[in-house]
Design a protein around this ligand. Sequence first.
Ligand code: PGA
Length: 256
Amino acid sequence: MEKMRKKIVAGNWKMNKTITETLSFFDEFSKLYDELKENQAEIIIFPPYTSLSILSEKMKNYGIFVGAQNLHEKDNGAYTGEISASMIQSAGCNYVLIGHSERRHFFSESNDLLNQKLKTSLKHKINSIICVGETLSEREAGNHFSIVNKQIKFFLKDITPDQLSKVIIAYEPVWAIGTGKTASPEQANEMHYEIRNTIRNLYSDSIANNISILYGGSVNEENSGILFHQSEIDGGLVGGASLNPKSFLKIIQSAN
Ligand code: PGA
């Protein structure tokens, strides 16, 4: 079947940028974006919570989406320091990142918890980027395919075929995140192929062909073009390089 997936470039700012810094990013980025002749890629930025509202308001006119880096699995209640699905939506955002490796490793988010978070997000009809990826020792032991498949299966437990239209997968090998060490285009492509097959087995051919799978881990303006043009790679989740408007824009251009 002809693939119909459009390219997606997402920027994950992590715990970076104050509101003032967010506004300077916007000023520079919007000028550069205006100069772009054409852009077919969907762009999503994940700033810290404090910038969600202002950035989504500003980006609206550009057709650029803004999302949150996490959400709590409960709708509301006594969960000091947490953010709910409806809070994210009330800030004008309709995207969320779930299960980033930093959430799994520094905040001990388990596969089971991530499944609950995804259910909550989809109940609220929020588009969800679910993150999976193996550690270096898992890859060296040759377990990378089975680890990632297991993460996908846990994530998607009880998720219906209809709900999958709001799910995007990000494959981010842990050893490539923030290390300057990228998976080779072949390594990334073969993992994406494997993930798509898992989706095919769990759901159907057409769902597997339509779901977007992004690569993340030290994506920059030099390596993005070759990565994004692999047959199974539908774009990227970019950390460090998304903080700089010029680099982020070059990465977006390379997706076209
Ligand atoms: P990086 O981060 O591009 O800085 O490696 C990617 C991510 O964590 O999403």
